[in-house]
Design a protein around this ligand. Structure first.
Ligand code: NAD
Length: 427
């Protein structure tokens, strides 16, 4: 048998939850494939006058609860299987936080770093030209994902509005504030994770003070998580990025770490060009040590936050994880074969479809604000986000307790139960 794909993983998660829910066969069959999978060819005139044809996808997985929702990824490894899996997980994520939205995902096979800004704009507009009949505030609402950003969303919105002939800011989220973006979107994913962690801590009877945290990844999700947790009194003892990491038992100030990273300078335990360049760190004495990304995962800390890449905690290293709590800010950082090992060790894995759902929740808020053409303050956004994240946490915790199952399975049971209910009600 060949290696399991992302979509195989998704289907096995679906089957596990379906068994617990005793889901009728007809509903399960519908949930095992996307409602619609679109593949398009996008011809782009390159700066040198030649034409290159790119392949794009949009997987519209399920829309029983509302319009399809999910990001667009620009990456050389984008493929049909991955887009399908990601659109399934978006369906689950939106249902976990009880948003009136379905799930979708898109992508283009491209290395955007090889394109000029003009070529990137033509590619983004070309994607919308091919797909606009299937997009829109009431149909399918894309957003940024890996290697796409607010500028790309702005081009896509502009192209869409030209094609349909009217304003429709709610057709896409993650827009610049000038075009109807939402306050608070930049740190929404991390903030949502922090709200969830606060509830976990309350359940475990722990206080932020002296709770040590290691964070893998110092990008949008990881760096905001570090700063928000530091502000709340947690002790950040390790951070890393693609170049390596730093571990300091006395604690790390993430704002300082970020400043140093930006300046490319070195101060005490922080080093050149990154949160840590291991070469400089090797000879340092004292509590401060360089760590590799692999070592960071196995540190003796209270909370581990993978916030970088997929497939970081696997059956190879799961047994060596010492943190009793893992908050998954990245998508898919734990492979399915690692889950039973962690459950057996009593490690509480707070799953990605809950922990990082703050991002899509504020995307939904963006759409609501666009629809009413009335904009909220950051404080208003955060109050609403906190309630949604905490309600979702409690629904999942209760399910986990009732069936004595891992939180990930509980999250899928809650989500699939909600999607199945909407499908049933539609008849
Ligand atoms: P980002 O590009 O802003 O940051 C990624 C970080 O990971 C960078 O610090 C990078 O240096 C680091 N990294 C890259 N390769 C690494 C490696 N081999 N080892 C350790 N670190 C490495 O991305 P992001 O938006 O922060 O996303 C991170 C994860 O969070 C992804 O899985 C993403 O899908 C997920 N996520 C993000 C959001 C969001 O709103 N940003 C929402 C939901 C999920």
């Amino acid at each position: 048998m060949g290696e399991q794909t992302a979509f195989d993983f998704a289907l096995s998660q679906l089957d596990t939850a379906a068994k617990i829910l005793q889901l009728p066969e007809n509903l399960l069959a519908q949930l095992r494939a996307p409602y619609r999978l679109l593949t398009v060819s996008i011809p782009v005139v390159m700066d040198n006058g030649t034409t290159k044809v790119f392949t794009g996808y949009r997987s519209q997985y399920n829309h029983a609860r509302g319009p399809f929702k999910g990001g667009i990824r620009y990456h050389p490894q984008v493929n049909e299987d991955e887009v399908k899996a990601l659109s399934f997980w978006m369906t689950m994520k939106c249902a976990v936080v009880n948003l009136p939205l379905g799930g979708g995902k898109g992508g283009i096979i491209v290395n955007p770093k090889e394109l000029s800004a003009d070529e990137l704009e033509r590619l983004s507009r070309g994607y919308v030209l091919q797909l606009y009949k299937y997009l829109g505030p009431d149909q399918d609402i894309p957003a940024p994902d890996v290697y796409t950003n607010s500028q790309i969303m702005a081009w896509m919105l502009d192209e869409y509005e030209k094609l349909v002939g009217h304003h429709a800011p709610g057709m896409i989220t993650g827009k610049p504030l000038s075009l109807g973006g939402s306050a608070g979107r930049s740190f929404a994913t991390a903030m949502g994770g922090v709200y969830v962690l606060e509830e976990v801590m309350a359940k475990l009877g722990k206080k932020p003070k002296n709770t040590t945290v290691a964070i893998q990844g110092f990008g949008n999700a990881g760096s905001f998580a570090a700063k928000l947790l530091f502000e709340r009194g947690y002790k950040i003892v390790a951070v890393s990025d693609s170049q390596g990491g730093v571990y300091n038992i006395d604690g790390i100030d993430p704002v300082k770490a970020e400043g140093i990273k930006k300046q490319g300078g070195m101060l005490g335990c922080y080093c050149l060009g990154t949160v840590c360049s291991t070469e400089e760190m090797k000879n340092l004495d004292g509590p401060c040590h360089p760590v590799t990304n692999e070592e960071l995962l196995e540190l003796d800390v209270d909370v581990l936050i993978p916030a970088a890449l997929e497939n970081q905690i696997t059956k190879e290293n799961a047994d060596r994880i010492k943190a009793p709590v893992i908050l998954e800010l990245a998508n898919g950082p734990t492979t399915p074969d690692a889950d039973p090992i962690l459950f057996g060790k009593n490690v509480l894995v707070v799953p990605d479809i809950l922990s990082n759902a703050g991002g899509v929740t504020v995307s939904y808020f963006e759409q609501v604000q666009n629809a009413s053409n009335y904009y909220w303050t950051e404080a208003e956004v955060l109050i609403k986000l906190e309630k949604i994240m905490k309600d979702a946490f409690h629904a999942i915790w209760e399910m986990k307790e009732r069936h004595q199952i891992p939180m990930r399975t509980a999250a899928f049971v809650v989500a699939i139960g909600r999607v199945a209910q909407a499908m049933k009600d539609r008849g």
